[in-house]
Write a protein that binds this ligand. Structure first.
Ligand code: ADP
Length: 243
């Protein structure tokens, strides 16, 4: 359903992605694991054109584009099929919770204002934030802001949601509730690619775990395979350090 092929990306002399390929099936929850600096975030950002890859192809829902040379129209088409949940929430500071959700629906999805408000209220209720719909991000806690970030992604009804370390900016006591919310997104059957350091979450929720190091996919498999019978030395070393 989603195929990423031969993605390469350098920042100056630094080779951040060295020929990364990945296949994701519909409904998959793919967790990207790996040491800091291994290129996980950059890979997610290349899929959504937040970064321009130097090489590579992306197929989503039968549309294939070149990640380096895609036209503005192609980028827009791919962005319509994806939604991004940011580490620092990525909310518009000058818009209310409700407006943060309606904005993309109205401008990118061309939904009527009335429909967009209805959808936004529906997802705000789903994340338990309807009573805060007129609050601005600065009036909300990190956990509440991330609820809005996740509600916004779900409202767009994308083919895939890309989560970039969605809990790493949160205070420890708020992490659990956001992970529960992400579990509930997964239960909806939405395809997801999640960069996270939350290992128990990865073990429980992932249908596939991809271990990256130094800009390459070292190995991938079911959570059981990766956590209990890793094949590669680099995976074993990483797991020993963190588990
Ligand atoms: P990970 O998500 O696995 O921690 P990243 O994709 O964030 O890794 O980063 C991979 C490497 O690329 C790191 O060394 C990081 O410093 C570098 N990097 C990421 N973004 C940029 C950028 N915009 N400019 C220069 N270097 C970057």
């Amino acid at each position: 359903m989603i195929e990423i092929k031969n993605v390469k990306k350098n920042f100056g002399k630094l080779e951040v992605l060295k020929d990364v390929s990945l296949k994701v099936d519909k409904g998959d929850v793919v967790v990207l694991l790996g040491p800091s600096g291994s290129g996980k975030t950059t890979l997610l950002r290349c899929i959504n054109f937040l970064e321009q890859a130097d090489e590579g192809m992306l197929t989503i829902d039968n549309q294939t584009v070149n990640l380096h040379t895609a036209s503005s129209k192609e980028k827009l088409q791919i962005r319509k099929k994806t939604a991004f949940v940011f580490q620092n929430y990525g909310l518009f500071q000058n818009k209310t919770a409700l407006q943060n959700i309606t904005e993309g629906l109205i401008t990118a999805r061309k939904v009527s204002t009335k429909e967009a408000i209805k959808k936004a209220e529906e997802v705000l209720a789903w994340v338990g934030m309807l009573d805060k719909k007129d609050y601005y991000p600065s009036q909300l806690s990190g956990g509440q802001q991330q609820r809005i970030g996740i509600a916004r992604a779900v409202a767009l009804d994308p083919d895939v949601i890309l989560f970039d370390e969605p809990t790493s900016a949160l205070d420890p006591e708020l992490i659990g509730e956001i992970l529960t919310l992400i579990r509930n997104v997964a239960k909806k059957g939405i395809t997801m690619i999640v960069v996270t350091h939350e290992m128990s979450f990865a073990q429980e929720v992932a249908s596939k775990v991809v271990f990256m190091a130094d800009g390459v996919v070292v190995e991938s498999g079911t959570p059981k395979e990766i956590f209990y019978t890793p094949k590669e030395e680099r995976t074993k070393k990483f797991l020993e350090r963190i588990l």
